[in-house]
Design a protein around this ligand. Sequence first.
Ligand code: EPZ
Length: 420
Amino acid sequence: MDKLLIEGGHRLDGVLRISGAKNSALPILCATLLTDQPVTIANAPHLHDVTTMIELLGCLGAEVVIDEKMRVEVSARQLKSLRAPYDLVKTMRASFLVMGPLLARFGRAEVSLPGGCAIGSRPVDQHLKGFEALGARIEVLDGYVTANVDGQLKGADIVMDLVTVGGTENLMMAAVLAQGTTRIINAAKEPEIVDLGHMLNSMGAQVSGHGTSVVTIQGVEALHGCEYKVMPDRVETGTYLIAVAATGGHVRLERTAPETLGAVLAKLTLAGCELETGPDWIELSMHGRRPKAVDIETAVYPGFPTDMQAQFLAMNAIADGTSTISETIFENRFMHVQEIMRLGARIELHGSSVAIVHGVAKLHAAPVMATDLRASFSLVVAALVAEGRTLIDRIYHIDRGYETIEEKLQQLGASVQRVS
Ligand code: EPZ
């Protein structure tokens, strides 16, 4: 199993290009199932999760061709199966997002229930409630959710009980081919929802209000092919900003989208970072300073993203002062805390949703184990500032969401090696 060996203490400095957004590419790849014409997706990141999604599309019968620039052409003219198997859904929950497109276009879908997850229970009840509101019959049997509709889905008002990114995406994709108008009320407003809305509209859908709490979808008879470029990854962007800030360094990130990172940039400014932004770039300078401790509370967009909580916590571990980190989105997203404490961090956990971090001047290398994707990168941040060589085990988690991580870190001057 691959591990990362990181020698800490190098101040990061350099220029990086940000990859396409994983959490945008995944639903967008599912949306290609909505048409019998070819769809080309550009700027898809080269990540395990994207490969898993491509495998799932292939297993449903779509033809997928990938060129050397990671432009993915999907042709779902004819499918041979409407069933997403357990093996693929259990390794990646986003596989559940094929349900909306399959149901919309073929009137039937069978998708394995995702099951447990390292960061919390993560049910899909809101997705299912929405499909039922659109006229689908839902059955759960032998670990699979089966959705059927006689004829076509029918537009409806769907009031979400809570804000869910995946739920909003799945229902948007189901509603584009429904008869009449659907309104998703209390919808998620994340930039990835906006990206999906734009992509669906490029296929001929009539989606409006994406990016607000009410998304309106006027159903159309059929969608056509398109070419679409995935937005830059805001979580990758924020993660590298945090990593560089923790080391007191400097970075210029290119091909990113600063407007999607408002809450993160505001917190980095409070931490003492000097920030400059342009239309598609962000520059951060720390001038060798130690970051100041900053409280964060995760929230739905435009609040501080849960996907950057772990990395920010790691920076706070070596910051000047004490901070409170509150996790409000997932019920179990502090698995990294025990691991960072192995490097000498002083952190108190209060229940499963609050961590009090007492910043220490130095961390010291120790072997640690990655538990989930973002938690893994928090260990990288801690290792980059720790004295000595830290070995991070189970980094397959990192490869799910960070493209060519060691090359990107090396480009910034970090001492990082992949070892097996
Ligand atoms: C998306 O997951 C992201 N994944 C996650 O990124 C991200 O952490 C999350 O949104 C929140 O921003 C992708 O986009 C592929 P949710 P998703 O539905 O859609 C509860 C990463 O590291 N809920 O918004 O699964 C749920 O349990 C990943 O890249 C229900 O109760 O998240 C959670 O507590 C991890 N019932 C909360 O809502 C439902 O039917 C938010 O989940 C659906 C969700």
